[in-house]
Design a protein around this ligand. Structure first.
Ligand SMILES: Nc1ncnc2c1ncn2[C@@H]1O[C@H](COP(=O)(O)OP(=O)(O)OP(=O)(O)O)[C@@H](O)[C@H]1O
Ligand SMILES: [Mg+2]
Length: 504
């Protein structure tokens, strides 16, 4: 009998307070697309980091082509074993251009022997070729920091393709991608598979798993629950294996009553980005903002809270015209944005859960004359409990939490303010199915308490499942508005692709 390409034998990994992996054994064949699923904190990324040599297992062994991997480290995994990871957190350098990022650490030299001069021309040409293969119109000379999150993810993928890989590991690559980009990615994955490359793919989007995977493995609390052919497992089965129970209602919408106007945006313009945007948001209502990745939704949110300057337009909060000049200004008027980009805008990774959850809110506590530490702690405990943040304790550094749990801390940080208008930008990105329901319940609670919610999301089921009203943005303009009762996936997609005129 031939041995599998990759063998993971009895691997365990312990961090202070958690057993991240508990005696996991798994075999993956050459040219297979193997999907890993599991709740936030189940151990998926840890397993990946062991394969890439970033972490060392406390017990167990890894074999590639029957040979035991010894003294693994990221350089060795990449160069000797051809294991190429694309991590959940983007790892590009903003201040370098696309080409420099692609070839960082494996530059093409003019003279390979002396290795002194870089062959920039060759690298640019190769970058162009790889981006072309991915059908991406990205300038090889653009600074990575100037690209949107979706494009940056595409650059990460291009980087992986620039290295000769035996095993490519994609840790939630589609979280930040638009539909068309996902189609391209899947096309490339199938192509790589046909070339004999093995792929491990992690995702919380279970429909995707069914579409792209050959086999899947479910992890729960660090333990392997099941490995099976994807075709033999329904999505409901996956959920049951992941969370250990059935989830009956994935979108628990509640009845609320639209009350007073909370936010009015009039004729907002930002050159080249936003055109004449006008809309209202009301207390007691969830207003969904749909659109394709790159349509300008995040830019709109940032413009409203004073994160980026606008060219013209007015913003009214509770009926009063306000010049919102900075996010702090916005917060002072009870308006907050929960960003989609947790790493750059949401969190202090070297600080604790406690610190991150209470930082946005110190002013609220200061009103109590002395910082009331006990009260801060109680509120944070409450939120962390509600959001089911998986952390050993409140003093754990946020950087040590799993990706989805970091996202939950971002949410807790902004919930823990006196805000009355919340803009959620892709609130459930990277969050597992069970925890999504918790986030929706928290949104429900907020609107029940008369807050106004504006929810930007690329997930149509989420938009349709939770919004009372929906506006659609295409190319910086509003191209559709629908009431909950009239909205359908088709209508929204049509407006999102610019196929429908907006009658005002
Ligand atoms: N460097 C670290 N130090 C301490 N604990 C860690 C570290 N890395 C991971 N953990 C813990 O190990 C557990 C597994 O985390 P891991 O990142 O593997 O989860 P995951 O399955 O990738 O989750 P997600 O879907 O949220 O990304 C979590 O409880 C996490 O807090
Ligand atoms: Mg992870």
């Amino acid at each position: 009998m031939s041995t599998s390409f990759l063998q993971i034998k009895n691997v365990s990994k312990i961090f202070p307070g958690v057993k991240a992996l508990d005696n996991v054994s798994l075999e993956i064949e050459k040219g297979e697309i193997h999907v890993l699923v599991g709740e936030n904190g189940a151990g998926k990324s840890t397993l990946i980091k062991i394969l890439t040599g970033l972490y060392h297992p406390d017990a167990g062994e890894i074999y590639i082509n029957g040979r035991k991997v010894e003294d693994n480290n990221p350089q060795k995994a990449l160069k000797k074993l051809g294991i190429v990871p694309i991590y959940q957190e983007l790892n590009l350098i903003s201040l370098l251009d696309v080409t420099e990022n692609l070839f960082l650490g494996h530059e093409i030299k003019k003279d390979q022997r002396t290795g002194i001069f870089l062959n920039r021309k060759a690298m640019i040409a190769k970058t162009q070729e790889i981006l072309g293969k991915l059908n991406q119109k990205i300038d090889p000379l653009a600074l990575v920091g100037s690209l949107g999150v979706g494009k940056q993810q595409m650059v990460e993928i291009a980087k992986a393709l620039s290295i000769h890989a035996n095993l490519i590991i994609l840790d939630e690559p589609t979280a930040a991608l638009g539909n068309e980009e996902i189609v391209e990615l899947f096309r490339i994955m199938r192509q790589l598979k046909n070339e004999g490359v093995t792929i491990i793919f992690i995702s919380h989007k279970l429909e995707e798993v069914a579409e792209i995977g050959d086999r899947l493995t479910v992890l729960r609390d660090g333990k392997l629950v099941i490995t099976e052919d994807v075709s033999k497992v329904s999505i409901d089965d996956m959920i049951r294996h992941m969370v250990g129970r059935e989830i009956v209602n994935k979108f628990p919408k509640i009845e609320t009553h639209r009350a007073a106007e909370a936010l009015r945006v009039e004729n907002l313009n930002q050159a080249g980005v936003l055109q004449n945007i006008s809309f209202h948001a009301y207390q007691g209502e969830i207003l969904g903002i749909a659109g394709l990745v790159g349509a300008g939704r995040t830019e709109l949110a940032r413009a409203i809270i004073g994160g980026d300057p606008i060219d013209s337009g007015d913003i009214y909060i509770q009926g009063e015209k306000i010049a919102v000049k900075s996010p702090q200004d916005a917060l002072n008027h009870g308006l907050v944005l929960l960003t989609e980009d947790r790493k750059n805008q949401g969190l202090f990774l070297d600080e604790t859960v406690m610190f991150n959850s209470s930082i946005a809110n110190l002013k609220k506590y200061k009103k109590l004359i002395l910082l009331n530490l006990k009260r801060i702690k109680e509120e944070v405990i409450n939120l962390v409990h509600h959001l089911k943040v998986k952390t050993p304790d409140l003093n754990t550094k946020v950087g040590q939490l799993s990706g989805g749990n970091q996202q939950k801390v971002v949410i807790s940080k902004w919930l823990n303010t006196n805000a009355k208008i919340f803009i959620f930008d892709e609130p459930t990105r990277g969050i597992d199915v069970g925890a999504k329901v918790e986030v929706y319940n928290i949104m429900n609670q907020l609107v029940r308490d008369n807050a106004a919610i504006i929810m930007i999301s690329s997930e149509l089921p989420e938009i349709l499942g939770l919004s009372d009203r929906i506006i659609v943005i295409h190319d910086g303009k509003i191209t559709g508005e629908f009431n909950r009762a009239d909205a359908t996936q088709e209508k929204i997609m049509k407006a999102a692709t610019g196929g429908m005129e907006y009658a005002s």
